[in-house]
Design a binder for this molecule. Structure first.
Ligand code: ISC
Length: 451
């Protein structure tokens, strides 16, 4: 109150406390949503149950255009600079945070179905939970005005906390009654033709790589249940970033294998992910497929382009950037990829949002050189990517945070789901194989959403 009165402006207040290890942060958020609430759940189950789940809106920071990362970072910094909260303690993400996402394109998400998902869109939540292992913290936040009394603010926070429900996540109906309709928004032949045209341009020397995506819709007989879908994803894709961001009656949900950036103090971490092959239920065949991927010149080049660009983007801001010479194969439920973990020691304070902006879009989702490929992506794809292939995550009051790349995702609104999957196209890409690769990637969510 004193800080607000002194400045004459509202001040962000945060109170954090430890809660029982039994509290399931995402389940609480899903169960406690009101119709107008924004919500956000972000987990990586394999990393000691790492979770950040948030509900409600103290402030919403939005922007559009090429400076959108910078603009929301500045707005968050202004709020965090005068904030009053407990000393930082507990797992990453405990305390005051801003959570949300950035569309792939600077002005992305203009199509009607992306309504509510702004090109840069962070929410400072009223309630947030952070978990690592057995340590679960609850943070309650409010904007305190010069005329507020301590009793008013305490009553507001207590009312929010009292409205939280501990119900578990709902189960997905295993045998829904009715008919599901699956449609490729553009015919698959169009996609193959786009890949063929991109390959021609690459061979003519216009650019090195471009990522082209498809959109597939699933119309269900009843409304898609984002909470149940999230529950299935987090138990089937434990190594992935499983997230769900809610805006009104829409939810954007995913199980993404790709970290865009994690910033902890002066350390930044990312991964160069590209090159894909399917999984097999037979372990010997599965390993053989992984070996083939490691030996595929086409996939190695596709992935090396990503490593080079990330290192180039980080170097001007880092004391050192470290990456192994050879990629490794990572296996996710339905797919395997080439991956190179990349770490950097920052030379000066660059916040998590600025790091995301330096790296986004990597050639795992954009192209190389990006300036040449960028205008061709919407032209070849004929779709509004919205938040697909954008950056989703959170940042705290110290500008630490974590953003993943929104892959293997779907936008759910009522009975409609829109799924997105793309592939990296290089000079040796074969249109039919690339179409098949989109089917493998769509296979992460299709069986869950299409009954
Ligand atoms: C663009 C996507 O995946 C990227 C990440 C890993 C492997 C990729 C590939 O092999 O093409 C893509 O670059 C997607 O899943 O929609």
């Amino acid at each position: 109150m004193r800080a607000a009165r002194k400045s004459g402006a509202p001040v962000l207040l945060g109170h954090t406390e430890r809660v029982s290890a039994d509290v399931d942060p995402s389940a609480v958020v899903f169960a406690s949503r009101g119709v107008d609430d924004h919500w956000f759940c972000f987990e990586q189950p394999d990393r000691a149950g790492a979770a950040l789940a948030a509900l409600g809106t103290v402030a919403r920071l939005t922007a559009s255009g090429p400076a959108r990362f910078k603009q929301v970072a500045a707005a968050w910094r202004a709020l965090a600079a005068t904030a009053v909260s407990d000393l930082p303690d507990g797992p990453p993400g405990a305390g005051l945070v801003a959570v949300g996402g950035f569309a792939f394109a600077p002005d992305g998400g203009k199509a009607p179905h992306w309504a509510g998902f702004e090109a840069a869109d962070l929410v400072v939540p009223e309630v947030s939970f952070a978990r690592r292992g057995e340590d679960v913290r609850l943070t309650l936040a409010a904007l305190v005005g010069p005329d507020d009394t301590a009793e008013d603010v305490a009553a507001r926070l207590a009312a929010r906390a009292a409205g939280l429900s501990l119900a578990p996540l709902p189960l997905l109906d295993p045998a829904p009654v009715g008919h599901f309709r699956i449609d490729s928004v553009a015919p698959p032949e169009h996609y193959e033709a786009a890949v063929a045209r991109a390959v021609e341009r690459i061979r003519a020397g216009a650019f090195e790589k471009i990522v082209l995506a498809r959109e597939v819709t699933v119309n269900a007989p009843t409304a898609h249940d984002a909470a149940a879908v999230f529950g299935v994803l987090r138990s089937g894709f434990e190594s992935c970033y499983v997230f769900c961001a809610g805006r009104g009656d829409a939810a954007f949900v995913a199980a993404s294998p790709e970290l865009l950036v994690r910033r902890e103090g002066a350390r930044a971490q990312t991964v160069a992910l590209a090159g894909s092959t399917r999984r097999s239920a037979d372990p010997a065949v599965d390993d053989h497929l992984g070996e083939q991927l490691l030996r595929s010149n086409k996939d190695r080049e596709e992935q090396a382009i990503v490593v080079r660009r990330i290192a180039r983007a980080l170097r001007p801001h880092a004391v050192w950037v470290a990456a192994p010479d050879e990629p490794e194969v990572i296996k996710v439920a339905n797919i395997q990829h080439l991956a190179t973990p990349i770490r950097a020691q920052l030379a000066h304070p660059v916040g998590a949002i600025e790091l995301a902006s330096l790296l986004h879009p990597t050639p795992a989702v954009g192209g190389e050189p990006h300036a040449m490929a960028a205008p061709l992506i919407p032209a070849f794809e004929g779709l509004d990517r919205g938040w697909y292939a954008g950056a989703i995550g959170w940042t705290d009051a110290n500008d630490d945070g974590e953003f993943c790349v929104a892959l293997r995702c779907a936008l759910l609104r009522d009975t409609e789901a829109r799924l997105y999957a793309g592939v990296g196209v290089v000079r040796d890409s074969d249109p039919a194989s690339e179409l098949n690769e989109t089917e493998i990637k769509l296979g992460a969510l299709l069986p869950i959403l299409a009954g």
